[in-house]
Write a protein of this length. Structure first.
Length: 97
């Protein structure tokens, strides 16, 4: 890989102390990339837990998919890589949570 590995503490922490503000931060970040963000409040009044569903059309699915598009283009657009990687150059390990 041409990009050096980085630790989590080397990335900007954009978290706030408020869920609504965190959502606004995420929407703003996606907007900078020209992406629409759809947010639906799923919070129920009988449960004291904030819940939302966030969908960004055009982003890749959670599970490993290597089709053409954003996976290759966005790192270049963000300046993280000088050129798009080939499928063979991508991380061979899938991340499962």
């Amino acid at each position: 890989s041409s990009a050096p590995a980085r630790r989590a503490d080397q990335f900007a922490n954009l978290a706030t102390t408020d869920v609504r503000d965190d959502i606004h931060v995420c929407v703003a970040q996606m907007s900078k990339l020209g992406l629409e963000t759809i947010v639906q409040d799923l919070t129920r009044p009988d449960i004291e837990l904030n819940v939302c569903r966030v969908v960004v059309p055009g982003l890749r699915h959670f599970w490993r998919r290597l089709g053409a598009g954003r996976l290759y283009d966005v790192p270049v657009q963000l300046g993280w890589l000088p050129a798009a990687k080939s499928e063979a150059e991508l991380n061979e390990w899938s991340l499962f949570f």
